[in-house]
Design a protein around this ligand. Sequence first.
Ligand code: 3PG
Length: 212
Amino acid sequence: MDFFEKVSQAKIVPVVVIEDAADAIPCARALLAGGISFMEITMRTSCALDAIRQVKENVPEMTVGAGTVLSLDNARDAVAAGASFIVSPGFCAEVVDYCIGEDIPVVPGCVTPTEITAAVNKGLTVVKFFPASVYGGRKAVKELASVFRMVKFLPTGGINQDNLAEYVNEPYIAAVGGSWLCPAKLIASHDFDEITKRSYEAVRIVREEISL
Ligand code: 3PG
């Protein structure tokens, strides 16, 4: 099974901002304990590469990727640190071309038909839709998907336990992302049990929706 097939089954990609690299491994283990085996560590902090490296080396059951990848250098650094996939908030052709060349799954952010067209013309079949709550939520994704039938979406931004159910069972949604499972506040207070609890609950919601 390739990366996108696995993500489409799992349905959830937590977005994680690590401020202290020492928190990366406990976060990864807390998510895993709740049944989540994907983790996007954002390149928004100075320790992001270290965090990716630590998870990659110490938590082999976790598929760790890099988020907020804005440049070719970001992408190269993230892959060198061990990122198994690359997510960007927008569409950067250099990042996409590099990932395709290296056979690294890449999910650029595309919210307009023009951006989605650019992704399609690179051969991509999954794009991020961010910030979903601002750009029209599930309704907007549905409209776009009716035209771009070859594309599945990874909405993020404003998704949480309360609206997760409305997204996950749609055929045009590959998976959803978000910070609600592993938010900065819980990481800072080392409340890893709560991260596991939220993960468990999210997995339960996904299972329930998918079996409906
Ligand atoms: C992202 O990088 O996709 C967003 O930060 C996630 O948005 P959220 O914090 O609203 O979940």
